[in-house]
Design a protein around this ligand. Sequence first.
Ligand SMILES: [Mg+2]
Length: 230
Amino acid sequence: MKLTFIKQILFDADDTLWENNIYYIRATNDFLDLLVAKGLDREALQNEFDELELWVVKERGYGSHNFVYILEVLYERYQHLINYGDLKKIVERFEKHPREPKLFDGVIETLTQLKKDYQLYVLTKGDFKEQEQKIINAGIDKIVNGYFIVPEKEDEVYKQILLQNNWRAEETCMVGNSPKSDINPALRVGMYAIYIPYADTWKLDYEEIEPVEARFFQVEKFCDLIDYFS
Ligand SMILES: [Mg+2]
């Protein structure tokens, strides 16, 4: 099936165009390892981390600096067990990732091909400067027609983008790895949606997909998108 009636395609960025959550998982595990080595229970620590993360996201929003803040709060709680130098090493390694986003296979080639027939946009949530830096550093800004960086990807945000750009929902397709932020809201506002599952999707970005049969599709890899477009 070809979605030839689609005029604009919106792409999620983190874990759709490039690796993202693995850096968060790695830094979390590295940090918890320090405490597990001191005899603390990993599961209890992970629960403590998850609880803190929920609170920080709600109060401070997304972005790598808010993640680092979580590590710093935990460091303060356990500083009698951790070297500040060890925390610093983990943070420094983590903070490298926005500077050199690691694109998934075939992203540039696929976008370049799609650009011939469709208007392409990035729609990503998070810290404006950080997301913009990643879009530019990955070279995506040179391919797409534009990008939207929003604090949260809810139904209302999708509706506003459609309205402000004079786009019809049934001529617009969202592509992403998050059921919660990309797929379900796009389907609810009447758009088409293509889901690219990602094994390490962030817990807070996951929920059950509520598929709308005629408007929901799934591909395995980014470059498989070509199968749905001319
Ligand atoms: Mg994503």
